[in-house]
Structure formats: C-alpha cells, structure tokens
Write a protein of this length. Structure first.
Length: 227
C-alpha cells in the first residue's frame, strides 16, 4: 500500500496518473495548500521541501519520497512498468522526463503565477514565461512529428509532460498550429489510468470552468504565491 500526499495540480497528477496506470494500491491524502498543510511538521517529515506530491511506501519499510520525477522513476523501477530495461531506451525516457522537470513544469508554473495568481500584472514576466512555454511546446511538437510517444515506447515521460501540457489554457499558452502535440495530448486521455488520475485527490476540471469557482481557486492560489 502506498500513501500519496497530494493536491490537484499537474505535479500531483503526475504521480496519481502513474499509480493508476500501474494499477498499484494507494490511498490519496489531500494536502490543502491554501490552508498551509504543506508547512506542517508532519508533512515536512515526509517532504522536507514542503512541496507535493510525496509518498510513503508501506510495503517498503515506510519509505518516504518527495519530488514527483523521483517518485515516478521509483514506481517504474519497482513495478517494471512504463520504463524499459534496455539502457538506451531507459536513457531516452529519463531524458524527456527531465525535459519536463527542468523546462515545461517550471516555465508553465511561473506562467501560472504571473498570468493567473499574482495580484499585479507584470506583462514582461507574463510574456517571458508564456513564450518560453510555447517554445518548449514547439520542441515537443517537432519531436512528436516522427514519434508516437516521447521515448519511443509509451512511458512515464509521456505522463509527466502530459499532466502539464494538458493545462496549457490555464497558463495562457496556445497550442495553435501544433498538430503533433495536439494528437499526442488527445491520445493520452485514452491511456489506462489517465482519466482517473487527474481526478485525484479531488476533481477540478468542472470547478475551473465555473467562473465563480475559478475566481475562488485563483484567490486561494494567490495566498500561496505571496508567501
């Protein structure tokens, strides 16, 4: 049994989608970011950086892990799923996973901060992060022109990138003209566990389509970025 400490964000969904795809038994525990749960001592024992997601693997001597990419690699190696034993193929999976960890995630995350959550609209910052996110999308699109999946075989690299790319509208980043990226993004919804994983720990898709609820979501998120 795995305990997943998470919130409904792309990084949180990376791990819940992975767990669902691997059909692993787990319990999801909501970390209420707007209420500061991530700073409480009990959570910091699991995730010293105060960030979600984090896990406790009860089947492995209560192993504590934080950092979404590290957790995904651990789960893939634990189960032998969504990562190849072949060194070359594994290297490509890690390559595109790190592309998300070092590029897509941070750039879209900052686009969210300045485009959605910051009370002051600093246009140069918004442009910077939206433009860089779009550039990274174009890298993905070019690669996907000749590849069905990012690392050749379907893998954790696809899950990691998809959990962010699928939220591009929230970041204010267009995918117009990126037909290969759109093909891949839409195909991901049909992969096992993806539709279930993005509903963990609570579904937010419909919430963000409701204007009043979306404004409340932004208000709560603004509390976090100001700290």
């Amino acid at each position: 049994m795995i305990e997943l400490y998470t919130a409904p964000t792309p990084n949180g969904h990376k791990v819940s989608c992975t767990l669902e795809a691997m059909e692993l038994e787990y319990t999801a525990i909501l970390v209420n970011l707007s209420e500061g749960d991530q700073h409480k001592p009990n959570f910091l024992k699991i995730s010293p950086n105060g960030r979600i997601p984090a896990i406790i693997d009860k089947s492995n001597n209560n192993l504590h892990m934080f950092e979404s990419g590290a957790i995904m690699i651990y789960l893939a190696e634990k189960t032998g799923k969504l990562i190849s034993d072949d060194p070359s193929k594994k290297a490509k999976t890690l390559e595109w996973l790190m592309f998300q960890m070092g590029g897509v995630g941070p750039m879209m995350g900052q686009a969210n901060v300045f485009f959605r959550y910051f009370p002051e609209k600093i246009q140069p910052a918004i442009d910077r992060y939206q433009n860089e996110s779009r550039r990274l999308f174009e890298v993905l699109d070019k690669h996907l022109m000749k590849n069905e999946w990012l690392a050749g075989d379907y893998s954790i690299a696809d899950i990691a990138n998809w959990c962010w790319v699928r939220t591009h509208n929230w970041s204010g980043v267009s995918t117009d003209g990126l037909d290969n990226l759109e093909r891949w993004k839409n195909a991901m919804y049909d992969q096992p566990g993806m539709k279930e994983g993005i509903k963990v720990p609570i579904p937010v898709e419909n919430l963000l389509k409701d204007k009043d609820k979306a404004e409340e979501f932004v208000k709560n998120s603004s509390k976090i970025v100001k700290k």
